[in-house]
Design a protein around this ligand. Sequence first.
Ligand code: GRF
Length: 216
Amino acid sequence: MADKTLVILISGRGSNMEAVLDARLPARVAAVLSNNPQARGLEIARVRGIATAVVDHRAFADRAGFEAALAAQVDRHRPELIALAGFTRILTPSFVERYDGRILNIHPSLLPAFPGLDTHRRALEAGVRIHGCTVHFVTPALDSGPIVVQAAVAVEAGDTEERLAARVLAQEHRIYPQAIRWYCEGRLHVGRDGSVTVGGARASPAALIAPPLEAD
Ligand code: GRF
C-alpha cells in the first residue's frame, strides 16, 4: 500500500508531532505548519528535513483570512490526512468541512469530559480518579468528533497538574501514532452513529480501576 501523505499542524512544543515522526508510519509527513512562528516543534521538524511553514494568525484581520491562508498551505501538499498536534486555534466549520473526515486531533482528557483548555487542572479539581487522553476525528463542534482511541491513567494522591500532565502526555505519544497508523492503513470506519470501529483490532486489556480493588 502506498504511503499516505500527512500534514501536521502545531502551535508549540511539538512532542506529539515528534512521536508521530518517530513512529515509522506508512505515511510521508509532507509538511509541518504552525500558526505560531515561535513554536518549538518547527525547529524539530526542520532538523529532520521536513518542510515547514508559518501562517501567523495575528497577521490576519479575521479568522476567514487566516484559514484561507492555512488551507492554501495545506493544499500545496494534497494531504490525505491532517493531524492536529497541539494546534491551539479553533477551526471554523468551513475549514473542517473542507477536509471532512480527514482531520484527527489529540486531546488531553477522556472526552467528552473536559473539552477545551486546562484539562489537567480541571480533572484534579473535579476529583476524578481516572484521567487520560483521546484521539478523535475533528468535526465542527469543538472536541466532540468521533472518538478513535483513548488511554486512561490513574490520578495519584498528591498529583500536581504537571505530574498528571506528564503521565497523560506519555500516553498521548503512544495512542496518536497508533491512530494515525490505523487511518493510513484504511482500518478506521466511522459509523452513521459516529462510533468508530478499527478493523482487525485486538481485544482490549482489562479495565483500569483506580484506586485498585483490594483483590487486585
Ligand atoms: C498535548 O497535551 C495535546 O494533547 C494538546 O496540546 C498538547 C500539545 O503538546 N492538544 P505537544 O505540542 O504535542 O508537545
